[in-house]
Ligand binder design. Structure first.
Ligand code: KIV
Length: 313
C-alpha cells in the first residue's frame, strides 16, 4: 500500500479509491473501469491492473458455480466469494451483488443482508437490481450508511419476466420507463447505476441526465464507465453475449496446459528431480535399515519426533 496521493484523486484514504471520487471522475469525463471477480487472485489481479470497481456479481452462479441463470446464487455463496475478493483487492471499491431473494422480501431483510456483506465480507457497497419496489430498499440501505449501486435494463434476476436475456428499452415507452427508473434510483440515493443491454442512444441520454455515473454493459461507449464479466473478457469459453470483447483466450490456454500436464503424468516425465525433496544419504540408509529389521504394519505408530515436514531442501 502506498500513502502517496495519486494526482487524479480529489481525496485519498488508506489506499482505497474514495467513493465520492466516482462522481468526480464523471465530472472530469474520466472513464470508470469496473470488472467482476469472484476470488482473491481475481481481486488481486484486477487491483494490480488499476481497475476502479470490482463487482462480485451474482453472475458467479453461472460462470463459477455452473448454473444456467443467476437466480440460484445464495447469500452464503456470495459472502464467501466477496470475502475472498476483498482479501485480494486493496484499492478498488468492492461491490457485492445482492442475490435473488436477499432484498426482494422487505426493506428490513434487504438491510440485514447488506449489513452482512459489509461486516462479514468487507464489501464497500452493494448492488441491487431493478427500480419499483427496489427504490425503498435503496433508501433504507443508504440511510444505514451503505452505498448502493443500481442496475436496470436487462436485469438477469428477472430474465424470465423480461422474456429471456434480451436487450431492453427498445421502444419509446420502454426507454422512457428506463429513463424514469434511472432518475428514481439517483433520487433514492444510489451512487451509480449499471445499464445493461440498452441501446447506446438511450444510455447516453440517461448518462447526461444523471449526476451519478452510469456503468454500461452492452450499453455503448457513452456511459461513464464499463463493466464486463471476468470470465467473458478473459475468454474462458467461446461465445457469450454480443457486448463481450475477449481480451484473452484463457479457456484454450488452460485446457492446453491441463492436457500437457496429463500427458507428462501418464508418461512419467512429471515430476522431475527439481520438483522433489531430498533426504540425506545417511538418513535414507538408516530408513532402509530400519525397514529390514522391524516388521512394519500399516498401523505401526510413528512418533511425532520422527515426523518430517516438507521443506525446500
Ligand atoms: O452479476 C453480474 O456480473 C452483473 C454484471 C453483469 C453487471 O450484474
Amino acid at each position: 500500500m502506498t500513502d502517496k496521493k495519486p494526482p487524479q484523486y480529489a481525496s485519498w484514504t488508506h489506499g482505497k479509491l474514495p467513493l465520492p471520487e466516482l462522481a468526480e471522475m464523471k465530472r472530469r469525463g474520466q472513464k470508470i473501469v469496473m470488472v467482476t471477480a469472484y476470488d482473491a487472485p481475481g481481486g488481486r489481479l484486477a487491483d494490480a491492473a488499476g481497475v476502479d470497481i470490482i463487482l462480485v456479481g451474482d453472475s458467479a452462479a453461472m460462470v463459477v458455480l455452473g448454473h444456467d441463470s443467476t437466480v440460484p446464487a445464495t447469500m452464503d455463496e456470495m459472502l464467501v466469494l466477496t470475502r475472498a475478493v476483498t482479501r485480494g483487492a486493496a484499492r478498488p471499491l468492492v461491490v457485492a451483488d445482492m442475490p435473488f431473494g436477499s432484498f426482494q422480501v422487505s426493506d428490513e431483510k434487504a438491510l440485514a443482508n447488506a449489513i452482512r456483506f459489509v461486516k462479514e465480507a468487507g464489501a464497500d457497497a452493494v448492488k441491487v437490481e431493478g427500480a419499483g419496489a427496489t427504490l425503498s430498499r435503496v433508501r433504507t440501505i443508504v440511510d444505514a450508511g451503505i452505498p448502493v449501486m443500481g442496475h436496470i435494463g436487462l436485469t438477469p434476476q428477472s430474465a424470465t419476466m423480461l422474456g429471456g436475456f434480451k436487450a431492453q428499452g427498445r421502444t419509446a415507452e420502454k426507454a422512457r420507463q428506463l429513463f424514469a427508473d434511472a432518475l428514481a434510483l439517483e433520487a433514492a440515493g444510489c451512487f451509480s447505476v449499471v445499464l445493461e443491454a440498452v441501446p447506446p442512444a438511450v444510455a447516453a441520454r440517461v448518462t447526461e441526465s444523471l449526476s451519478i455515473p452510469t456503468i454500461g454493459i452492452g450499453a455503448g461507449a457513452n456511459c461513464d464507465g464499463q463493466v464486463l464479466v471476468y470470465h467473458d473478457l478473459l475468454g474462458y469459453q467461446e461465445g457469450g453475449p454480443r457486448f463481450v470483447k475477449q481480451y484473452a483466450r484463457l479457456g484454450p490456454e488452460i485446457q492446453g496446459a491441463l492436457e500437457r500436464y496429463a500427458t507428462d503424468v501418464r508418461s512419467g516425465t512429471f515430476p522431475e528431480p527439481q520438483h522433489t525433496y531430498g533426504i540425506p544419504e545417511e538418513e535414507l540408509a538408516l530408513f532402509e535399515e530400519g525397514l529390514e529389521h522391524q516388521p512394519w504394519t500399516a498401523r505401526t505408530p510413528i512418533s511425532s519426533s520422527t515426523t518430517d515436514h516438507a521443506t525446500k531442501t
